[in-house]
Ligand binder design. Sequence first.
Ligand code: NOJ
Ligand code: CA
Length: 532
Amino acid sequence: MTTPWWQSSVIYQIYPRSFQDANGDGIGDLKGITQRLDYLGGLGIDAIWISPIYPSPMADFGYDVADHCDVDPRFGTLADFDELLAQAHARGLKVLLDFVPNHTSDRHAWFAESRSSRDAAKRDWYLWCDPAPNGGPPNNWISDFGGSAWAWDETSGQYYYHAFLKEQPDLNWRNPAVQAAMYEVMRFWFDRGVDGFRIDVLWHLIKAADFPDNPPNPAYRPAMGEMHRVLQLHSTDQPEVHALAAEMRAIADSYGIAGLCERVLLGEIYLPIDPLMHYYGQEHAGVHLPLNFLLIDAPWQAGALADLIAGYEAALPPAAWPNWVLGNHDRPRIARKLGEAKARIAAMLLLTLRGTPTLYYGDELGLNDAKIPPSQVQDPRELREPGLGLGRDPVRSPMPWDGSENAGFSTAPPWLPLNADCHLRNVAEMTGERASILALYRRLLAVRRAHPALAIGAFALLDSAGDVLAYERRHGTQRLIVALNLGTDAQRLELPDWASGCRLLLSTTAEALLIENNMLLLRADEGGVLAA
Ligand code: NOJ
Ligand code: CA
């Protein structure tokens, strides 16, 4: 059986506002991404996923889409996109877009029509409800960005539902006309040649039909953010969502050649393992990759990580392909969580586990969260619930390319501040350093590409003790061992008999790993890949 490209691929996420500005307005754009394709090809990734590029009032920086089938002038034009796609494909890189089906911008023509009157033809394209008997919102649902999830519309005398900002009204996915219109959007981009989509908040698409109150969350503390006051029992993850995912899958697979899935769907789904697995669908009729965010919040402890990996692997439906995520545009950076030394081990973990990894731009430089002075906060998440550390600007700082002014990102002051260490922590500087985390990422990606055992091979945890996490990757006769010391003391790993005489392929440090009589010695924060 041939493996589809996305199973052996590493997907690199680009936040387009922050990657490269080509026209000097301080905001990244499509031409900028095209200019940096050689960097991406050289890094050794296989595909890019670009966060939304569509026309948008930018209330949520592009996740409020005003037209799904065009490009925002700040990012360029459809022609710029076609050029980017052609240039990426010429380098063997696949291109994924962000599909935002749950909601639109309140400036979308559909919503303008929908809110124009109660009898509007598209009234039923969004979720309109009468007030509760006391005149307040129809139920207790809370926006993910805080506050009631219902906004009052004076003109038509009803509330509309918004899981995020009031500028992001939710579409009514129970309406077949909405389904048809959004499936057309997928076809529009597939016909243009995109290789797949990351689907925004897939588990939100369907809400309980009669909008019952959500139950209170007994674990709620104010520091968690107001959305956690209730459990999203009725507002998310409804059984009917799976039929929609199946439709999307069928559309994507209809572009396949000879039964191979050529176009891939990644579903953004923040759910515990069991409900998450349902998004693979019965008989593979769900999305190809329901995104697995388990590593992001995992404790950095060998036993806990081994349990988490084993639990995830065991829960996968037959023949479902795993995936792993260390960071994205919504969550704190891995270097902020762990510091650089451990972020190197995390890089080796991400790129050697079984499954498709997504790599967030800048993590290959070990970027930390940037400091954002209060006067420069942009993210509505932070502006609505300040001071809780929920804001996402710190993880969206511009990519530092070199030591020049504005770090080579732009000729103008960037839309968000650069990281304070960008004169040292940048692509040009770190490319010259053999021991840099960037060099480690390049080596890891090269070793992964050269070894089917890493890209598509089987996975088995190895017995280990203390702070060591160790596993085998195997494909045919190729057997590799990955051993990671997550702790700050030296550790030992007894190698299995079959690994006697193994050789080091790659270590996270500049030094060679020590092997003595079938005992692997790992220094603090050291990891390695060994070939038997
Ligand atoms: C999830 C996206 O990742 C996030 O950035 C966005 O704010 C919400 N969905 C709303 O679209
Ligand atoms: Ca620009």
